[in-house]
Write a protein that binds this ligand. Structure first.
Ligand code: FE2
Ligand code: FE2
Length: 298
């Protein structure tokens, strides 16, 4: 990953979440995570429709399995803590499902690098504060997989923007919108959260750190070439409108092109049609002549 565990760690100054005292809060939080993990079924869409190559397809196939294992993890944690599965907050449902990316680049940059990066920080925070060792042990194992998902998002984003300035600006503009959402959430919480709770009182500052980490990640991926503070309000507004105008235009063109897609020449090709030209498969290394077929078996 482009950020370390230390960089993504917030200091809660020893504050803890108590499974008995904070049961209601923990149940609410676990239900948001449960929903988020269930959206792992969307990986199926990206695998079938968009996987750019064989390596990415293998990664996504494994990721979908891991996300379903995470659903099991949260169910186990909920059962241990006496929490019931309930619907997630509408804002969480909208962020995780309603704002699904419109292209592979948007998926890897916004949902994987940024979105899963944000969730990963929340997991670290729960690991550092939840006073229930069996649950924390389960989460510790799951974050290793989430770290790999974020890393894949970062690598694929860097690959996608290489030599494509317009795409870099579009992803930056869309990212600015989600960071603005996090800032609004922090402002909303600062006014309403109990100021004396050992963990909740830190939430606005925790969200600020999340945004700073998102900014650092964008700089390291090359989406952003200077600190955000140096981008004026006008420049930011221009980036956001360019991003949405580009998305709207793309949407319109794709709608107009829908009838054309019925024709074989205009259809997006899936891996089943392209795998023989995939570098991993076309570059298959054969054993030297005369070597036995099972020479590489061990
Ligand atoms: Fe997950
Ligand atoms: Fe994930």
């Amino acid at each position: 990953m482009l950020l370390t565990r230390e960089e993504m760690t917030f200091d809660f100054e020893g504050g803890t979440l108590d499974p008995v005292r904070d049961r209601e809060l923990i149940e609410w939080m676990l239900n948001q995570f449960l929903y988020g993990e269930m959206t792992g079924i969307q990986v199926g869409h990206w695998l079938y429709e968009h996987a750019p190559d064989y390596e990415a397809a293998k990664f996504l196939a494994r990721q979908s399995l891991e996300e379903m294992q995470h659903v099991e993890n949260f169910l186990r944690i909920m059962a241990m803590l006496g929490c019931k599965p309930r619907p997630a907050h509408p804002a969480v449902r909208f962020l995780a499902t309603g704002m699904m990316g419109g292209s592979w680049a948007e998926h890897v940059a916004l949902e994987m690098a940024n979105g899963e990066g944000f969730v990963l920080m929340a997991f670290y925070a729960v690991i550092d504060t939840l006073d229930h060792k069996p649950s924390v042990d389960i989460l510790r194992r799951a974050v290793k997989q989430e770290e790999r998902h974020v890393e894949f998002g970062e690598q694929q984003t860097m690959k996608a923007i290489e030599g494509r300035g317009w795409l870099r600006r579009r992803l930056l503009g869309l990212n600015l919108v989600s960071m603005w959402g996090v800032r609004r959430l922090a402002g909303f919480m600062a006014k309403r959260l109990p100021a004396d709770h050992p963990v909740l009182k830190f939430l606005p500052r925790f969200l600020e750190l999340s945004n700073r980490c998102a900014e650092t990640r964008m700089r390291r991926m090359g989406l952003l070439d200077r600190p955000l503070a140096e981008l004026g309000g006008l420049k930011r507004a221009a980036l956001v409108s360019e991003a949405y105008a580009g998305k709207a235009l793309g949407g319109l063109l794709s709608l107009l092109a829908t009838p054309l897609r019925l024709l074989p020449w205009f259809r997006r090709k899936r891996l089943t049609e392209t795998y023989l030209t995939d570098p991993r498969i076309a570059g298959l290394e054969l054993p030297p002549p005369g070597a036995t077929a099972d020479a590489t078996a061990d």
